[in-house]
Write a protein that binds this ligand. Structure first.
Ligand SMILES: *[C@@H]1O[C@H](CO)[C@@H](O)[C@H](O)[C@H]1NC(C)=O
Length: 337
């Protein structure tokens, strides 16, 4: 028994010492010049990243993740939402095809049914897809949380953060989804981009506040004080969830980032400042003013510049060029609290 304790203790130490707490990186495939998956997984390891997110179940990528120690958020393709929702057999086959072959050596953090489809044509399929995937996984004795990923387009009001509320179009879908997730204790995934908020109204937002520089008490909202826009956006989502009765629902930030090219605010300098400040802020474990002391698990968007995305800023979110050279340096050495 004592040996086991020593082993567990050592293992805990190893876990704490590697990786930056709470930080992952999105791995998108929309480039025709990206390195092969095995090289990409080695790149993630070399920069000390232990969590990634992929947008569709690419078999070569899942194979490359085997035994890597890197956990993955696995997304379903949006076009699979309707069959996943309407047919339990389709959901079961999806799990058998995409999860089962890898599950003994890949840590699936979450499965996301769809990406940013609420509100919209596919929104009505999300809850059914989550439920069928959950049933299929349970029937196969697999304990993997199933959820969906929303953009902050779901918020009607987001300022000040305490006034955060879902839009009329979104709330009809999100109320039952949030309720289901809360019952199962699965988190909601959300993509949060201070960059887009800033770029759409630079005259109303301080650049330093958007870049997570130290701007103490930039926004005062009742008893809460905000020094960066990221926290304010995340808290607006928490406030909206509270208003549908789900104050306790966990939130994972599935995407955040800042482009390094494509418009005047999208400079390498701003991108590097945002990403490094954001990582230090998340890793500090301070949480947000509404949920202090809670590490907000956060995935940077994205690993590579992707040349098959729309021209402009969308192609320039990468930490790396496709040849695996850094666009800018990111500090991912483990930090002590
Ligand atoms: C990698 O690609 C970038 C962008 O195209 C280029 O500036 C850089 O010189 C390349 N580095 C190497 C080592 O090829």
């Amino acid at each position: 028994m004592q040996h086991l304790c020593v082993l567990l203790f050592l293992f805990a130490c190893v876990t704490l010492r590697s990786g930056v707490e709470g930080i992952g990186v999105n791995y998108g495939f929309l480039g025709d010049n990206l390195p092969p998956p095995t090289q990409v997984i080695n790149l993630l390891k070399s920069i000390n990243i232990q969590k990634t997110r992929i947008f569709d179940p690419n078999p070569a990528v899942l194979k490359a993740l085997e035994g890597s120690g890197i956990s993955v958020i696995l997304g379903t393709r949006n076009e699979d939402l309707q069959p996943l929702a309407s047919d339990l057999n389709f959901a079961t086959n999806w799990v058998i095809t995409n999860v089962v072959p890898h599950v003994s050596s890949v840590n699936f953090a979450y499965i996301s049914a769809g990406n940013e489809v609420i509100p919209g044509q596919l929104a009505s399929f999300v809850l059914g897809a989550i439920q069928n995937l959950d049933s299929a996984l349970k029937a196969l004795n697999l304990n993997i949380p199933v959820t969906t990923t929303v953009s902050l387009q779901v918020l009607g009001t987001s300022y000040p953060p305490s006034q955060g509320v879902f839009t009329e179009e979104s709330i009809q879908f999100l109320r039952p989804i949030a309720q289901f997730l809360a019952t199962k204790e699965y988190p909601l995934l959300a993509d949060v981009y201070p960059y887009f908020a800033y770029a759409s109204s630079p005259e109303h937002i301080q650049l330093d506040y958007a870049l997570v520089k130290n701007t103490a008490d930039n926004v005062i909202d009742g008893d809460l004080r905000y020094s960066n826009l990221f926290d304010a956006m995340v808290d607006a989502l928490y406030a909206a969830l509270e208003k549908v009765g789900q104050a306790g629902l966990g939130v994972v930030i599935s995407e955040t980032g800042w482009p390094s090219g494509g418009d005047v605010y999208a400079t390498i300098d701003n991108a590097q400042t945002y990403v490094n400040n954001l990582i230090a802020h998340v890793a500090s474990g301070k949480g947000t003013p509404r949920k202090p002391g809670k590490v907000v698990e956060t995935y940077i968007f994205a690993l590579f510049n992707e040349n098959q995305k729309p021209v402009g800023t969308e192609q320039n979110f990468g930490l790396f060029y496709p040849n695996m050279t850094e666009v800018y340096h990111v500090n991912l050495t483990p930090m002590k609290k």
